[in-house]
Design a protein around this ligand. Structure first.
Ligand code: ADP
Ligand code: MG
Length: 599
């Protein structure tokens, strides 16, 4: 066994830095938290090349006095706590005294600072492990500049993603910090371009609107409640804002953006019954509570916290979310919608779809035409179709249910008698074999998917211009969309940058052009997809066909149903939906006879 040695300090620092500093956004987080702790009302974050080349965080906080500058670079040197007990009386974001020395050990860090009352500013940096201090002209506050991150830890560099991905991480983090501190005017500049500038007027709503776009205002429910342990406030998004992942949820505890299972489950349970499965509520929830009741020292990057009264906090938040949603105008519409959609239809139905149950004549007319165009010429049904069916049925009476061939199924789809729609969600079809129940959304989804696949394979996705749709994104989302404009165009989604993190959607694949609705979530989903793998490409096509398909709760007249069934009969796989669930539920004649005690 090798000798046990104490590691030299520079090695120890690098190891410690590995825990806290994973990527450029971790540097930004530590520096901005320091600015917030310093009481800043203005914080400007500027990065170049995703932060790999440079990161600069400037604030107008209290600054660091000349005589303390060197100390700030010492490990475990902090002005924020003096004893271990203080860990449970934390009003600051930092407390470990690790960030500056850690960053300085893995990048070239220079700090400029001047407390307001000090006449001159100073800059400090390290050279060969020693601090160098020089006077410098600088405004009151602190600026930290970090160049060449991980220049001396090549192993770390290898784990970094592309500059554009790292830039997106910084934007997502910056956005969250800005939302957690509406009284601070945040500015984020990437490669010379200002991508976010919040007003810093203390109003959370104003900050949300800057981050998310003004259109969101009508979809928000203000949320506020006080409890024995503290208080909670924020905004809850209407089901229309729900997303396919949890990126729309922000939890803030005493100004700290946190991840916490208790809060997440409480929020999601609060929306129980309001959202289709596999969608997640949008919400910003800020808790203020006595720091004694929370342990912030459980995660290297301080991203998670542990509550002392977990159960109580859970049930209080759940209750508060629930009652805010019921109290608001939102509730009646939701209840109404809930009763309309008796059961959320299977398939990846998005919230927007669930709440979009109203008749849209304009859209529908197009849809109608579109569906009719699918109709393939076929022979007229026999005059006495009814009796033919009846005869077949009675012949089948005592025979075991035959195994249908694909052709039988196609034939039945084309020739079956349409009984009508059940709950405006299911198609009822009388066929010689019995009664078939088809989910209208899934039927259409399958039809659209195969069309899209076909045009994709021929590398000719036909696009059609639509009424331009103005879509607002968060800075992080906008960056993602911008990076993937070409990919999106390959899928037939033609978008144009409209500045201010917004885009105009101008065209869609022609088979989807008349389906209406807001395509924002689907655009984001596809932008995160890479068409490099077949399964991802397939996933994107499924996303599109799901969005474009008729929804549960939409009225379909007989002609349209006929067109849909004909189109389904033409598909390669009329049996299962793209997610593998059945399209047709069959009630066989045998089963009917058995149930009525006839056999
Ligand atoms: P911590 O934040 O855990 O105290 P850091 O290493 O991040 O540790 O910072 C060390 C100390 O440097 C802080 O306690 C604070 O006194 C000082 N400091 C760092 N950044 C700033 C800033 N932007 N403004 C004022 N003081 C700062
Ligand atoms: Mg700190």
């Amino acid at each position: 066994m090798a000798q046990i040695r104490v590691l030299p300090p520079e090695v120890a620092h690098k190891i410690a830095a590995g825990e806290v500093i994973e990527r450029p956004s971790s540097v930004v987080k530590e520096l901005v938290e320091n600015s917030i702790d310093a009481g800043a009302t203005q914080v400007t974050v500027e990065i170049k090349n995703g932060g790999l080349e440079s990161i600069r965080v400037q604030d107008n906080g209290v600054g660091i006095a000349r005589e303390e500058l060197e100390l700030a670079f010492e490990p475990h040197a902090t002005s924020k706590i003096v004893s271990a007990e203080d860990l449970f009386a934390l009003y600051t974001l930092g407390f470990r005294g690790e960030a500056l020395p850690s960053i300085a050990s893995i990048a070239k860090l220079t700090l400029f600072s001047r407390p307001g009352e000090q006449k001159n500013g100073y800059k400090i940096w390290q050279e060969d492990g020693k601090c160098v201090v020089e006077p410098v002209g600088t405004p009151p506050g602190t600026t930290v500049e970090v160049l060449d991150l991980f220049y001396n830890v090549p192993a770390r560099l290898k784990f970094l993603k592309t500059p554009s991905t790292e830039r997106r991480h910084v934007l997502e983090l910056g956005t969250r910090l800005a939302l957690a501190h509406p009284h601070i005017a945040f500015k984020i500049i990437t490669d010379g371009k200002t991508v976010l500038a919040t007003p810093g007027n203390g109003r959370l709503l104003d900050t949300i609107l800057v981050v998310q776009g003004n259109n969101i205002a009508l979809e928000l429910v203000k949320f506020q409640a006080a409890f024995a342990w503290g208080q909670v406030q924020g905004y809850l998004g209407s089901p229309r804002l729900a997303k396919g992942n949890r990126s729309g949820q922000i939890f803030i505890m005493n100004g700290r953006v946190i991840q916490n299972q208790t809060l997440r489950v409480a929020l999601e349970k609060g929306y129980d019954g309001l959202l289709p499965s596999r969608t997640f509520p949008w919400a910003i929830i800020a808790l203020e509570l006595n720091p004694e009741l929370v342990d912030c020292n459980v995660h290297p990057a301080k991203a998670e916290v542990r509550f002392a009264q977990e159960q109580i906090i859970f049930s209080d938040i759940l209750q508060a979310v629930r009652s805010s949603l019921t109290k608001q105008n939102l509730a009646p519409t939701l209840q109404q919608k809930e009763t309309q959609v008796v059961r959320p239809a299977p398939g990846r139905i998005k919230v927007a779809e669930q709440t979009q149950l109203t008749w849209q004549p304009e859209t529908w007319e197009h849809m109608d035409k579109l569906l009719k165009s699918y109709r393939v010429p076929r022979e007229e049904p026999p005059q006495n179709a009814q009796s033919t069916l009846f005869v077949q049925e009675s012949e089948a009476r005592f025979a075991p249910a035959p195994q249908d061939t694909q052709e039988d199924v196609r034939g039945a789809l084309r020739n079956g008698r349409i009984i009508g729609q059940l709950h405006q969600s299911y198609i009822l079809l009388e066929v010689p074999q019995g009664l078939w129940i088809l989910d209208q959304h899934i039927v259409h989804e399958r039809v659209l998917l195969e069309q899209l696949e076909e045009s994709w394979e021929k590398s000719a996705v036909h696009v059609q211009e639509i009424l331009p749709q103005h879509l607002d994104f968060t800075p992080g989302e906008a960056a993602l969309v911008e990076e993937n404009l070409n990919l999106l165009a390959e899928f037939g989604l033609e978008l144009e940058n409209f500045g201010n993190n917004s885009f105009i959607l101008r065209a869609l694949p022609s088979s989807l052009a008349h389906s209406g609705g807001n395509w924002k979530e689907e655009i984001l989903e596809i932008a995160t997809t890479s068409k490099k793998t077949t399964s991802k490409k397939e996933q994107a096509l499924i996303t599109l066909s799901c969005k474009g398909a008729v929804k549960a709760g939409e009225y379909l007249d007989e002609q349209v149903i006929r067109a849909l069934l004909n189109a389904l009969a033409e598909t390669k796989n009329p049996f299962t939906c793209p997610h593998g669930r059945p399209i047709i539920v069959r009630l066989e004649n045998q089963e009917l006879l058995r149930r009525f005690g006839r056999i």
